[in-house]
Design a protein around this ligand. Sequence first.
Ligand code: ADP
Length: 267
Amino acid sequence: MSPIDPTPADPNTRDALLTVRGLHKRFGDNEVLRGIDLTLHRGEVVVLIGPSGSGKTTVLRALNGLETPDAGTIVVAGGPDIDFAPAQPESRRARAQKRLALRDRSAMVFQHHNLFPHLSVLENVIEGPWRVQGRPKAEVVAEARTLLARVGLEDKENARPHELSGGQQQRVGIVRALALRPDLLLFDEPTSALDPELVGEVLLVIKELADEGWSMVVVTHELSFAREAADRVLFMDAGAVVEEGPPAEIFAAPTHERTKRFLTRIL
Ligand code: ADP
């Protein structure tokens, strides 16, 4: 079990942790998100699949406050309804505050681990909870050590990122996200930059977190992971969710032609 208390799945209440409605985003002429709806219940694992350029990363970035949608609402339970196209025009500051409100609730694991190269593993992990969240250093260090041990990196706290394998670096990236004590974990193709032999160790850690009840949205091309770990798979194409359902249904009997074509290509 995690030393940090995740939000456990409660099959009786199945309350929504995350509600996304009508998310739109355009970069210049490129309409990247065309009205995304997404609900994530506590303890649920949703996997986003779809062709490159279909908008999956943009959805994650919007959830993490790294991208400002042009329209739509995002609600994380217990927080405000964040409406990206309010009736009244808003100041830049008000928009920035919305992004920050989202950033506090989730933590993202990136394709490239994005660790600070000049900091040790331990310093990388404590940076957010200690310097940004302002929690007591001793508490944060103790928690970081426990988390590093649970992903098998207890002897690496003084190493610099370049001294680690890609899989170890990505496990530090996951620990860094957990150390923020987020409600929601976001994974953006966490294994796609890894050598094939290192993919398994990272997927295993993510699978264990899923089994422990962490709520997560995962963008991945690893369909075997989606099959094993996802409660629901969403297939995205051209900025829209084309089809969604339990992995057994989506993979065995996709109903939409675009999903069928994608799965035939990738399997
Ligand atoms: P996916 O994750 O499914 O590959 P992305 O969300 O990364 O898709 O990208 C969707 C589309 O948005 C792509 O056409 C991409 O080029 C474009 N895009 C993403 N970020 C930016 C940006 N910051 N500026 C301009 N275009 C962008």
